[in-house]
Design a protein around this ligand. Sequence first.
Ligand SMILES: Cc1cc2nc3c(=O)[nH]c(=O)nc-3n(C[C@H](O)[C@H](O)[C@H](O)COP(=O)(O)OP(=O)(O)OC[C@H]3O[C@@H](n4cnc5c(N)ncnc54)[C@H](O)[C@@H]3O)c2cc1C
Length: 428
Amino acid sequence: MWKNWSGYVECPRTPVLMPGSGAELATALADAGRDGRPVRMVGAGHSFSPLVASDGVIVSLDKLQGIIDIDAATRVARVHAGTRLYALGGALAERGLAMENLGDINVQSIAGATSTGTHGTGLGFGNLATQIAALKFVTADGREVVASPGENPELFAGGRIALGSLGVLTEVSLRLVPAFRLRLERGRMDLEDCLAQADALVAANRQFEFYWLPHTETVLTKKWNTTDAPVDKSGVGRWVSDVLLENIAFGLLCGVGKAVPSLCPPLSRFCASLVSASEQVDASWSMLSTVRQVRFNEMEWSVPAERGADALREIKALISMRTFPLMFPLEVRWVRGDDLWLSPNHGRDSVHISVHQYCGMPFEAYFDAVQAICLNHGGRPHWGKVHSLKASQLARLYPRWDDFLALREKMDPKGLFLTPYLRGLFGV
Ligand SMILES: Cc1cc2nc3c(=O)[nH]c(=O)nc-3n(C[C@H](O)[C@H](O)[C@H](O)COP(=O)(O)OP(=O)(O)OC[C@H]3O[C@@H](n4cnc5c(N)ncnc54)[C@H](O)[C@@H]3O)c2cc1C
């Protein structure tokens, strides 16, 4: 049975096919097309929205992983689309190269991460799809199509974030930078101080983000800057903050909060009392990623950068007025604007606000209320996370929406990659 990471989306009877070559992939698509079974691709299954769910066929490229080649002069690596980010990070480091930015975890596949607009933080950086130099798709009718700025430029503009609706990505070429080391500084601030200083903190650091602990005035700040300092060898400090506090202890407290929801506010205040300063140095691909063992469901909104603080204040007011049983911190990040047709960052620098709920606890009323606030601030949802928008609402948020719909129709006229969820998104 296929399930997503949080366990909220499951397909009990859908076969998961793992082609080991382009020919096997083309056969799988032809078979599904002949039988009228919708095909969805899966990477690491880390999306919270039902993008992968299908009662037809799920195709995984887990057998097609690794670097194909690297052009040393242009620093562009061609990688198999199923390659996991953690494997890529290590392999690139051995060649003195790195991705310029990453998200909060590194277990996603490169195709899955880029297809939903996965991002990290830092106004100097776009989402991961903006690092793409070229793509190779296998289309519904088995053709290989390459997209780059010079070859099928419309497909390049529309295809870097396409939710697996245009074809199967088999290769992704990435623009890289020389390998670098990062110092991560964790700190503690008062929420209003942090909001007042946020623009300066974003400008002064390579990367900055913060987590606000609900029912408190406390935020945990994270700043990353490049350094030549040596890597921390012992790893003890990092294990204490990343594994012991953020996973083992936090997971136990979430279990208590789930059993006795009225304890969530005091438990969140207890977590806030543990927030303290620390520092670590490591290779960029390791230092940007965290371990997430406590399972949750998540919603995330990209709002215009100048609306981020007000949107967060309204969410804070909402939480204080209602009795949502919450103890998961809200995460706030910054992402540079871009010109990708379905990018939540299209045309504007953005602040991203993420809200979470522990697995097995109700999230619908909380997420609906946050969605209403963020929509009011011009927000666009993260494609890989929970939201309830349909085509008519999405069309108003994306200036190139109609161009994308036309591209989708051209690439997949028979709707091989469309499920009821995707049909709802695109209004097909
Ligand atoms: C613990 C956790 C932490 C996260 N942290 C972040 C974060 O820091 N920043 C952020 O932005 N997001 C984050 N996410 C969301 C996550 O990055 C996205 O949902 C991402 O799409 C998941 O990648 P995946 O490989 O699991 O793809 P999947 O969820 O398996 O698939 C995502 C989409 O990609 C498509 N796809 C997959 N493979 C292919 C292919 N070969 N060809 C065409 N389409 C394909 C799928 O059909 C689907 O539409 C997080 C999620 C979790 C669970």
